[in-house]
Design a protein around this ligand. Sequence first.
Ligand SMILES: [Zn+2]
Length: 310
Amino acid sequence: MDGCVIFTHEDCLLHDTGEGHPEQIARLDVILRALRKPQFQDLNWQPAPKAEITHLSYAHTPEYIKAVLQSAPEAGFRTLDADTVISPQSIEAALRSTGAVVTAVDSVLTGKATTAFCAVRPPGHHARKNSAMGFCIFGNVAIGGWHAIKAHDLKRVAIVDFDVHHGNGTAEMVDGHTEFLFASTHQHPFYPHTGDTSKTDKAGNIINVPLQAGDGSLAFRDSFENKILPALDAFEPELIMISAGFDAHKDDPLANINLAEEDYFWVTRELKKLAEKHCQGRIVSSLEGGYNLRALAASAAAHVNALKDA
Ligand SMILES: [Zn+2]
């Protein structure tokens, strides 16, 4: 068994979103540089294969899949929604991002790895069943979760989303399916304007824990200690997946929550303890947001540091 595996692909560095776009190539570049430092020499690096149509079909409509696969411009840029810009290599990058998560699920469920971090972009948690949204093209983590259920016959998959934005796309893809427990902390009210606790989900399998602008470590850790971790413990997951967005960091330019790198280490270690209790330590994490390059690299490094240590 190989400890922690990093799945990534150079195609993810070719997804150009244009000058000034926050979801930029440099985000992944700084993370890869951070993870190549000596303290991470025991990481096992694997190339991400492309996702197959079967995988995309777990969570997206055939019409959307067909349209997206034909959407890349031959040159220049095109938009899939108001915020989601694509260029010639973007769909390849999106397929690698989803493929990374699907393959990471295969790796941890067949004992080739204990934990995995998918250092990929575009992110996925805002992508809807039938549309791109908020820098996201395919629902990477939700698709990985469905793959665990459909291809590996798992009965209970937990998805934890600590990105500062609500994972509305993931929630839509698992709502009503009790094989999933989806738990999210997010700034609210805020983009994408979902994730309010007053809206009840179909099957009680979605736990939204909104944070208020200005909240920091205390409120974040309280949300986990009192709501999310007890719910996960009761759910007894066979696999824990993480939508690892680092835009709740205090230096992030897009949001107003005040976390530090240490909070990402802490939450990852807490999730790891639960994974060790219920599912042989199996965690698959994938990059979502995070837009201050220094904070993003340090936070992702703290996250992987907690994932890799036994
Ligand atoms: Zn975000």
